[in-house]
Design a protein around this ligand. Structure first.
Ligand code: PMP
Ligand code: GLN
Length: 390
């Protein structure tokens, strides 16, 4: 008997997020690495989930998700973006955005199919594309403004391109794609008959007057887009793993075909809780308050990084800021982040983990500011030592 892992898995490292959180815990560092809120989500959501458990809503949900949650998702995208979706045929509840992404890849790709992905990219993407037998084709977002070269993007499309994966707002850069950029992508999708898969988990976290535009709302894109989102970020409950995919019926059938044999269905009481949360948010200024809270946390983090002499790269979305550590005498971002962790007592993520070839990554560090003000103040106090050590 051989107990070795498959080649598929053996070629993958350990995700940087788990590693960083583990080391931060061991070393007592302030953990601004892995992206998750320190604060808890709304009480109304928690109460509704507890009630659902007590009401014995503890058996399998329908594979596509409970009707009330699908309705709340449809109403939410309608209210926010004017995007209409049919609750029966166009919405699927998944176990986090992560499962929606995997189900999309497994549902769409045949071996050898290519997926164009903006680099740096969320680390799960290439793994999931390879699980489905596909090939990741990276297109660079370039520092300092995270723009891309339209010719490089056009050149990345080939006969084998099945999909383009967009993270908007983008992790780890915080980029919010402009209407012009989205239309350029949309044109390429239509010319090459390609599906857009858009990961919009940070759609409510935009700043400085930036506007999030779902690519599904751009001309010609409604029926060739899979819009993926998650309640983890919007309701500050990343551990619940309630995500979803919105797509035209044929694409939804492909997603559901995979989803039924990945998880079959997603946790029933947590769906009930999120349905209540989304319904309540439709009737209140919940999302505005969330954005206001994040704006003030972002300001605290900005002050700390600037105070430490770390220039911040432009970012209009997400709950991350990237700081420029070039010129500080570190060989790469990993050694800079290890220095931060061990000597300064702050954990950050080295974004080279988001590059196909990490040696080509700029020397940056990603800081998550989804933390209590006191936690950020403490991180800032510690980061102050960086200035002294310059
Ligand atoms: N996509 C992006 C861009 C993310 O940053 C994350 C997690 N932070 C996810 C997907 C995963 O979402 P979920 O926890 O809902 O699976
Ligand atoms: N998406 C989160 C981040 O970018 C982490 C999620 C995870 O740990 N898988 O930090």
């Amino acid at each position: 008997m051989s107990t070795r892992a498959s080649q598929r898995v053996a070629s993958l490292g350990t995700t940087v997020f788990g590693e960083m959180s583990r080391m931060a815990g061991e070393l007592g560092a302030v953990n601004l690495g892995q992206g998750f809120p320190e604060f808890s989500g709304p009480d109304v959501v928690k109460t509704a989930a507890k009630q659902a458990i007590d009401d014995n809503k503890n058996q399998y949900a329908p594979p596509q998700g409970i009707p009330r949650l699908r309705q709340a998702i449809a109403d939410t995208y309608q209210q926010a973006y004017g995007l209409e979706a049919d609750v029966e045929q166009e919405i699927t509840v998944t176990t986090g955005a992560t499962e929606a992404l995997l189900a999309s890849m497994l549902g769409l790709l045949d071996p050898g199919d290519e997926v164009v992905v903006f680099e740096p990219f969320y680390d799960a993407y290439p793994a999931q594309i390879s699980f489905a037998g596909g090939k990741t084709v990276p297109v660079r977002l370039n520092t300092p403004d995270w723009s891309f070269d339209p010719d490089e993007l056009a050149g990345a499309f080939s006969e084998r391109t099945r999909a383009i994966l967009i993270t908007n707002p983008h992790n780890p850069t915080g980029k919010v794609f402009t209407e012009e950029e989205l239309d350029l992508i949309a044109d390429l999708c239509q010319t090459h008959d390609v599906v857009a898969i858009t990961d919009e988990v940070y759609d409510r976290l935009v700043y400085d007057g930036a506007v999030h535009i779902p690519i599904a709302t751009r001309p010609g894109m409604r029926n060739r887009t899979i819009t993926i989102n998650s309640t983890g970020k919007t309701f500050s409950m990343t551990g619940w793993k309630i995500g979803y995919a919105i797509a035209a019926p044929e694409l939804t059938a492909a997603i559901r075909g995979a989803h039924q044999f990945i998880t079959f269905a997603t946790s029933t009481p947590f769906q009930e809780g999120m349905a209540t949360g989304m319904e309540a948010a439709l009737e209140s200024d919940y999302y505005d308050q969330l954005a206001a809270r994040y704006t003030s946390l972002r300001n605290i983090m900005k002050q700390g990084l600037e105070g430490a002499g770390l220039p911040i790269l432009p970012a209009e979305g997400s709950f991350f800021l990237l700081a420029d550590a070039a010129g500080r005498g570190f060989e790469d971002d990993v050694s800079f982040c290890m220095h931060l962790l061990r000597e300064i007592g702050v954990a950050a993520i080295p974004p080279s983990a988001f590059y196909a070839d990490p040696s080509t990554a700029p020397i940056l560090a990603r800081f998550c500011f989804a933390k209590e003000p006191a936690t950020l103040e403490e991180a800032n106090r510690r980061l102050g030592a960086l200035r002294a050590s310059r």
